[in-house]
Design a protein around this ligand. Sequence first.
Ligand code: TYD
Length: 209
Amino acid sequence: MRGRFIAFEGCEGAGKSTQMRLLSEKMTSAGIPHILTREPGGSHISEAIRRIILDGKNGDMTDECEALLYAAARAQHLADTVVPALERGETVLCDRYIFSSFAYQGYGRGLSLSFLKEINAFAAENYMPDLTLFLDIPSSHAFARKHGADPHDRMEQAGEAFHRRVYEGYKALLREYPHAIAAVDCSGTKYETSAKIAALLQSRGLFGG
Ligand code: TYD
C-alpha cells in the first residue's frame, strides 16, 4: 500500500520541527515506518537550491525567481525522496510543502495565486499530502519564541508586515481548503500539541490505519 503523506505548515518558530520529532517518536513506538524530510531541501540538489534561496547575500532575488526556485526544489525533492518513500509504503512527514508557496510567495510577496498554482501543479505533478497540519500560532508570538529573526536568513529578514501577511494567508488557505488543511491550536505545551496531532491523524486514519 502506498504510504501516507503528511505536511506541516506554520509561521517561523511555530514549532514544526519539535512536533515532527515528537510525532516521529510516536510512530517509531507504534512500529510505523516513516521518514522526516523538509522543504526547501530534503535531497542533495534541493538542499543546494535551498542554500541559494535562503542566503542573506541574495537580497536582489526577484519574487518570481524565488517562487520558481521553491517549485524547482519541490520537483527534485519529490522525485528523489518523497515518491520513493511513498512507494515503499512509508509515511512521509514533510516540513513545509505547496501551501508554504501559496502563503509566502502568494500572500506574503503578493504574487498571483493562479501563477503559483500553475507552477506548483507542474512541479508537483499533483502530488498532494493526505493532510496538511497548520500549526496555528501568530507570527509575532512565533518570532518571540525563537528570539527574533536570523540575520543570515533572507526569508526571516522579510519583515514583520510580511510575516503577518503570511499568517493571514494561511488563515485564508484554511478557509479555501478546509478538507486538505487542519489547524492545530498550539497554545498549550508541546506535549499537549503533540497529543492533539496524534489524535487528529488517528481520527483520519492516517496514523498507521
Ligand atoms: P526554514 O529555515 O526551514 O524555516 P522554518 O524553520 O520556519 O520552516 O526555511 C524555510 C523558509 O522558506 C521559511 O522562511 C519559509 C520559506 N518557504 C517559502 O517561502 N516558500 C516555500 O514554498 C517553502 C517550502 C518555504
